[in-house]
Design a protein around this ligand. Structure first.
Ligand code: NAP
Length: 483
């Protein structure tokens, strides 16, 4: 049986990793389509001031394409995007990408037949295998706030930063205080005339200055044998310790909370601000944020922190629950992404007209976050329950693409045209994953990890190394092979 043809949707880290892995193992008929104008995914679209990785680059990079010349612990967006471009070129997959292609539907009427994939301009592709590498954080959300369309000034989302819009001297509102806002607020605060930050929940912080590496350190990483490897391992263990704290909120979580408390108390001189920003939920329930710049920025004279609920937008600015109107010229939404919606609004239909949207109506689920019964030869990268609160998603992606490649090779060996996870296997796996959340910090507040039913659909419940182990090899008995 010849190698299958593969269509990959998404040209971010996941899509590029998939193409590299498949082509390196003889599966050469790979096409990548992406709605954006270039490769990069999240790192193409998120260009806000201060955008940087919040996982150290020695870990937030492919194991097979390590760099010793990162300029900072957590590289800025342009450096990460340039890295992905370089890797794609180096491994000969950059030319496989068809940009400006927004997939709206994928249909596979027969288990042993191909997928037909349709773009919004009517173009279609046929492929034996469909890999969805669109990630969890690709659709910016602007909350549905009454009067939003009446605003007289300018407005945009942080993930679609309007670089043409000059913030200098303007009265600016930022709604949202998550990982994105925490990076761009300290950058824009010195520029704006006045900055008003609207916070719904406070966050737990740990220190990070993210200064450029000194020259001696960069030279050491380049020249001292083993230092780069040691550093990667050290960062891995550090990240696993974050997961340990989240998994055990009453013991290790208290250690993390104490560290965070000491740091925040040291940074928060103003008792009023301290009262306002202090989180009222368990350490680690929402993403723990690393910044030594955020709390000082909130204490600037030209920054106001508002914790009253945003109730409406009026032509002059933002209305809050206390009846006040905060007059501003610009509103920046730092309100995150539709993370729990996964592949939608794409319409994905398997044999017998089975719709993925219906299958996931009560919350997304997939075996190992990758394969869904009823959808043969469809693989999801960075799918349900594979987000990490403490680790590097690049590492998860590498394991996923290796697993997908092995599954395809197994199908090829058997002369099968389709490979599909068994329903009972996926159901048992899902039950096991969900059974690991109770008692952890993740369940102790609302966050983007949970869907509207409260089910945690984005996060992996364990350590990076456990996911590595679970995906190390494909167990053929867990699959049906369609000939
Ligand atoms: P986010 O963490 O979902 O934060 C959204 C913020 O908007 C939260 O503070 C949320 O408040 C607030 N919000 C939402 N709706 C609101 C409303 N109606 N009124 C007032 N506030 C509202 O989004 P994000 O900051 O873009 O980050 C998303 C994820 O992307 C991160 O957790 C991280 O995984 C990733 N990320 C990574 C990096 C990096 O690696 N450097 C950088 C940025 C983002 P609540 O907390 O109360 O919901």
């Amino acid at each position: 049986m010849h190698a299958p043809s593969v269509l990959v949707v998404g040209a971010g880290f996941g899509g590029i990793a998939a193409a590299i892995e498949l082509r390196a193992h003889g599966i050469r008929g790979v096409t990548i389509v992406d709605a954006g104008p270039d490769i990069g995914g999240t790192w193409l679209h998120n260009t806000y001031p201060g955008a940087a990785c919040d996982v150290p680059s020695h870990l937030y990079s492919f194991s097979f394409a390590q760099r010793t010349d990162w300029t900072r612990l957590c590289s800025p967006q342009p450096e990460i995007l340039a890295y992905l471009h370089d890797v794609a070129k180096e491994y000969g997959v950059a030319d496989l990408v068809e940009t400006g292609t927004r997939v709206v539907a994928a249909d596979r009427p027969r288990a042993d037949g191909p997928w037909t994939v349709t773009a919004d301009d009517g173009r279609t592709w046929t492929a034996d295998v469909l890999i969805l590498a669109t990630g969890q954080l690709n659709r910016p959300v602007v909350p549905d706030i009454p009067g939003a369309d009446t605003f007289g000034g300018h407005t945009f989302h942080s993930a679609r930063w309007d670089h043409e819009h000059d913030l200098r001297g303007r009265r600016v509102a930022v709604v949202g205080t998550g990982a994105s806002a925490v990076q761009f607020v300290p950058e824009i605060a010195p520029e704006t005339g006045h900055l008003t930050v609207f916070q719904r929940s406070g966050n737990w912080f740990l220190p990070r200055r993210n200064r450029p590496f000194p020259r001696w350190w960069r030279a050491a990483v380049r020249h001292v044998p083993g230092l780069q490897r040691w550093r990667r391992r050290f960062i891995t263990e550090y990240c696993e310790s974050i997961t340990l704290m989240i998994r055990h909120p009453s013991t290790w979580g208290r250690v993390g909370r104490l560290y965070s408390t000491l740091f925040m108390r040291m940074q928060l001189r103003d008792p009023e601000i301290r009262r306002k920003v202090w989180p009222d939920y368990t350490f680690g329930c929402k993403r723990i944020l690393f910044s030594s710049h955020w709390l000082p920025a909130l204490q600037r004279d030209d920054v106001t922190l508002v914790t009253e609920r945003v109730t409406g937008i009026v032509p002059e600015g933002v209305r809050t629950a206390d009846g006040r109107t905060h007059e501003v010229d610009t509103i920046i939404w730092g309100t995150g992404f539709a993370a729990t919606d996964f592949m939608f609004p794409m319409e994905i239909t398997g044999p017998g007209g089975r719709s993925l949207q219906d299958t996931w109506a009560d919350g997304a689920h997939a075996y190992l976050g990758m394969t869904v019964p009823g959808f043969p030869s469809m693989f999801v990268l960075y799918g349900p329950n594979t987000n990490t609160s403490g680790g590097s998603i690049i590492r998860y992606l590498e394991h996923q693409v290796r697993y997908v490649r092995e599954a395809l090779q197994e199908a090829q060996r058997r002369g099968a045209r389709g490979v599909e996870v068994r329903e009972d296997v996926e159901r048992a796996y899902d039950a096991e994953v969900q059974s690991r959340f109770p008692g952890t910090a993740w369940t102790r507040c609302d966050s983007w990890y949970r869907d509207e039913t409260g089910r945690i659909v984005t996060n992996w419940p364990g350590y990076m190394r456990e996911y590595d182990d679970r995906t190390r090899r494909v167990e053929p008995s867990e699959y049906e092979f369609h000939s």
